[in-house]
Every structure is written in structure tokens, then in C-alpha cells.
Design a protein around this ligand. Sequence first.
Ligand SMILES: *Cc1c(COP(=O)(O)O)cnc(C)c1O
Length: 345
Amino acid sequence: MRSDTGTLPTLEMRAAMKHAVVGDDGRVKINGKGEDPTVEQLEVQSAREFAMEDALFCSSGTMANIISILTTVKRGEFVALDKNSHINLSENSIFTSEFFGRKALYIETDSYGMPDISSLEKLLTCNDVKLLCLENSAAYYGGTCLSAAKIEEICRVAQEFNVPIHIDGARIFNASTFLKEPVAELVYHADSVMFCLSKGLGAPIGSVLCGSKKFIAEARKVRKALGGNMRQSGVVAAAGIVALNDKHHLRNDHNHAKFLVDMITHNPLIFIDKFSVQTNIVKVNVANAGILAHEVEKGLKSHGLLVKSLGPTSLRLVLHKEITKEQIKRAAIILNSYFEELDGQ
Ligand SMILES: *Cc1c(COP(=O)(O)O)cnc(C)c1O
């Protein structure tokens, strides 16, 4: 339960990979697309689903986010984002002088990662911000979701200041499933979005960056500059297409997250805010455990349960389509007995 990156390619994905028609995606055709027809198919299908003009297949979500920022923001210029966003916490090369040298400004959010509108207005009034990044669902907060209405409210403010918006939608299909709003509505007011094929969707490799034709043409140059052009990448894009065509299991993953919460017995050492359990992530507060989260992580590992610590006081347990109800019951038993024992010490 460390991550939804743990899924393995299905037989259908393997078959699609085996039969994929491929070409050199690093060579650009007259229409601006690479020469690999399967990658092109994935990009066209992605752009259509997000109602954006064009799309670019990237090797990872990190690369797609970095490409998006590099395409829009110059060295030394400001990007506004949440301090607890994946881009800030795990893609920090974008903000270091050794690498990309963009500057971060932090937006204020509530305890579910929802940006505060009036402080955003103030931040954009006082600074020359070149890009605003949002994350949906918000991984650090336990997979909480920004609704289309909330995103529109945020985007209206950004647009007043002519600030474009990039959405880190690594798990945007989870958000879409929870909110019952199509992804196209969730990105309607944004300029670009990145989504991961290799998280809950279950593909082995890859993410897609979507935006305007002009933006994607620039992004393609940045991808090349980063060494991100791949050759017969249709082999992996084929699995991505299968993943994109079959997302019905996400609802089940969300139900499983709730089931896990129900199976965890009350213990004074831990706290789960049920409101935050919206998608496939369960965030457990262990501030009262008397030991640090990474020590709890180690302890649970020795009992056979893999989880991930988020900072010193939280753990996250992530559900995905290969985790069964039986496994969830076992996980809860391990968790419950671990904390009962810890409480008894
Ligand atoms: C996983 C993740 C990414 C990066 O994706 P990789 O493919 O692992 O590089 C970006 N943002 C969020 C919110 C993520 O969860």
C-alpha cells in the first residue's frame, strides 16, 4: 500500500504492447507529431478526453510537470504553488540554481489543500507570477479533490492577472471519479494538465501533458532538450491506451479505501480524518504514536505491511486495482495489532 504505482501491466496491456505499430517518436512529421503512430494515437486520444488541442507523451509525471514549467516560465521567474505539492516536495530541481532556477512562491491552502482565494489574490497582486500550479487530487493531503467550481474560482483570479494555470493531475481521473465531473470540466479553465498513466490507471510507464497546439509544440522542444525524446515508445504508449480505455476500477479503489478505514479499529495513537478519504489514499495521522512516522513505517514493514510516511506525523496507504478485499483485511489486522501493541508499551 505504498503507492498506486505498484500495479503490473495486465495481459491485455502486454498483448497491446506486443502488437503495437511503432516508429521513431523523436522525429517530427509535417503535422508536428512524432513518427510513432501508437504514441500519436495516445496523444490524440488524451487531448480529446481533456478537450485540449494537443498532447505530448512523456516518460514520467515529473518530466511532464518540469517540461510544462520550463515551457512557460524563464529562469529566475516565479511559480505560485502549494508548499505541500508534489512539484515542490519531489520535483524540486525546478527550483534549485544547479538545475532549473525557477522561483517558488507558496499559496495558502486549508488543511485539505484547497487554495485560499483572497490570499491568492494578494500573492498575485504583490508578485510578478508567471504560472500557477494546482494539484488534483492533492496527494499530500490524502487525495482530496478540487471541484470544477473551485478550480473555476481559482482560475478566474489567475486570469485577472494574466497568469496561466498548470494542473498536476497525476491522479485527476481519481478526482473525476470522486467528483462525478469529467476531466475536461476539471481542466476547462486551465492552460495545461499532466496526468499519469502509471498510477491508478495501471499502465507501466508514462504520463501525458496536454495543452494548446502552440504550447505543446514548445513543450516538444523542451522534452527533446531534456533528453526526453524516445524512439519506438509506442511499445509503452500501447499499454497507456489500454489504461485510458478502462478506468472503471477507480471507483472500486475508492470504495476499498473506505473499507480499509472501516476495518481500522479506534486507537488513541492514530487519527484518520474521514473527510479526507475521498479517493484511493488513506492518510493516517500518527502524531500521538510517540514515535516518528518513518519508524512506524519500518515497524509495519517488519509485520508485512508496506506503507509510506509523509513527513514526521503521517502515513499514507494507497489502494489500487490489484489490492483485494482480503488483502485489505490483512493489512487492517497488521495495523490494528501494531498500534494496540504500541499503545500497551
Ligand atoms: C506521482 C506523482 C507525480 C510524478 O509522477 P512520476 O511519474 O512518478 O514522475 C506528480 N505529481 C503527483 C501528485 C504525483 O502523485
